[in-house]
Design a protein around this ligand. Structure first.
Ligand SMILES: Nc1ncnc2c1ncn2[C@@H]1O[C@H](COP(=O)(O)OP(=O)(O)OP(=O)(O)O)[C@@H](O)[C@H]1O
Ligand SMILES: [Mg+2]
Length: 380
């Protein structure tokens, strides 16, 4: 069977699933998606199945309908994936790699074992064990607690600076790591296919929104030296190879004030830090993921022009049917590309879409970004 005729299954129908379907449709590849009803991918997938991506039975049923199975989110039922793999379904990322990545404890042990620089850490079983370690002076402030599983978008991460923050400690098996002295957070998206070909997109620089811990602004290429850019790409390539992943692997780094580069975490799927590739690279991350998981030659990752990516979050103080105030004004601006995820209801800080802004110079992009931020608001 030609790879073009294979049915691509995607677990998760959020915005990343939606954009994967859009990319697949360029080559008329059939996409089957499963998630809750009315999710962003529901009106664009070739076939949409309402089901629970955490249910073993639902994932099994769904997986048996497809030739190649992939994910847009890590929180999926693993037992079903291992079973489907035994039954011969081609799954990328492999369930074994996903198992490692889903648990931040396993991930950190992987970096340590492979001599990949990451924040120094220790594993703890419970809040009680953490409190004991503080009490006996084996654990000192400040530190960062991360629950081993279940976290996303900064939920499941607590920065504990002093005794005053003790109430923020979560009661769950956790990674406790050193607080990094960060100059800039950067990310590289790597891709690999079955033939072993590996390509990386240019490094991006990220900025976070203080209140919600969501990346708010991202620029490509990042404002870093060529040396750091190359080092980050080389580490991303090493991880995707060693984890034996096909498709995308987004690697988040802390570039520290002392010049060190620590891997923070990875995600084996399209990533928020790669949306801009739709407009600014020869190949989008979504196209690249499809190439990687369906074993086509990888696309060229060269950046065509600088870009800035803004998250379009629900405005504070508004909940209900979303209204995109200022939309017509911003779409009239050259190089401004809003993407709306089609979520009916807005809530404060909910990811409702993103805006990619391209231009010839970063200064010109920044000017347009200031205008977009002022004009475009999600209200109700
Ligand atoms: N060791 C650390 N030192 C300093 N800041 C940290 C550290 N670990 C995490 N952070 C901050 O918290 C943010 C979220 O952490 P992390 O990426 O591990 O969690 P997540 O919830 O999985 O993230 P995502 O937003 O990518 O889903 C980081 O981007 C960084 O800003
Ligand atoms: Mg992160």
């Amino acid at each position: 069977m030609s790879n073009l005729n294979k049915k691509l299954g995607i677990l998760g129908g959020g915005q990343l699933g939606k954009m994967l379907c859009q990319a697949a449709s360029i080559w008329s590849i059939k996409t089957l998606v499963m998630d809750k009803s009315d999710y962003p991918a529901s009106d664009i997938a070739s076939e949409y199945f309402v089901g629970d991506i955490n249910s073993e039975a639902d994932v099994l049923n769904f997986g048996r309908k497809v030739d190649v199975l992939t994910i847009e989110i890590e929180h999926v039922n693993l037992a079903a994936l291992f079973q489907l793999e035994l039954e011969g379904v081609e799954i990328h990322p492999k369930p074994s790699a996903l198992k490692l990545i889903k648990d931040k404890g396993f991930q950190k042990q992987f970096y340590k074992k492979n001599n990949i620089e990451t924040a120094p850490f220790e594993l703890f079983e419970s809040k009680e064990a953490i409190s004991q370690a503080i009490h006996y002076g084996v654990l000192n402030f400040p530190f960062v607690q991360k629950t081993r599983s279940g976290g996303y978008d900064g939920k499941g991460v607590s920065v504990i600076k002093s005794e005053a923050d003790l109430s923020l400690i979560m009661d769950a098996p956790s990674v406790i790591e050193q607080l990094a002295n960060i100059e800039m957070e950067i990310a590289v998206i790597a891709a690999r296919n079955k033939s072993g070909e590996i390509k990386c997109f240019d490094t991006v620089g990220m900025e976070f929104h203080g209140d919600a811990n969501l990346v708010e602004e991202l620029i490509c290429p990042a404002n870093i030296s060529l040396k750091i850019d190359e080092k980050a790409k080389q580490i991303a390539a090493e991880i995707i190879e060693k984890m034996d992943i096909c498709g995308l692997l987004a690697v988040e780094f802390f570039y520290n004030k002392d010049g060190s580069l620590w891997v923070n975490e990875v995600a084996p799927r399209p990533h928020n830090s790669g949306h801009h590739t739709i407009e600014n690279a020869y190949t989008s991350q979504y196209q690249q993921h499809i190439r990687g998981v369906m074993d086509f030659p990888l696309g060229d990752t060269t950046t065509r022009c600088p870009a800035m990516l803004l998250n379009l979050l629900g405005s504070e103080g508004y909940s209900g049917d979303a209204i995109y105030q200022g939309f017509e004004e911003v779409v009239a601006i050259k190089g401004v590309f809003p993407h709306l995820y089609g979520k009916k209801e807005t809530k404060p800080f909910r990811k409702m879409g993103h805006i990619t802004i391209i231009g010839e110079q970063m200064a010109d992009i920044q000017q347009k970004a200031a205008l977009v931020k002022k004009k475009l608001k999600v209200v109700a």
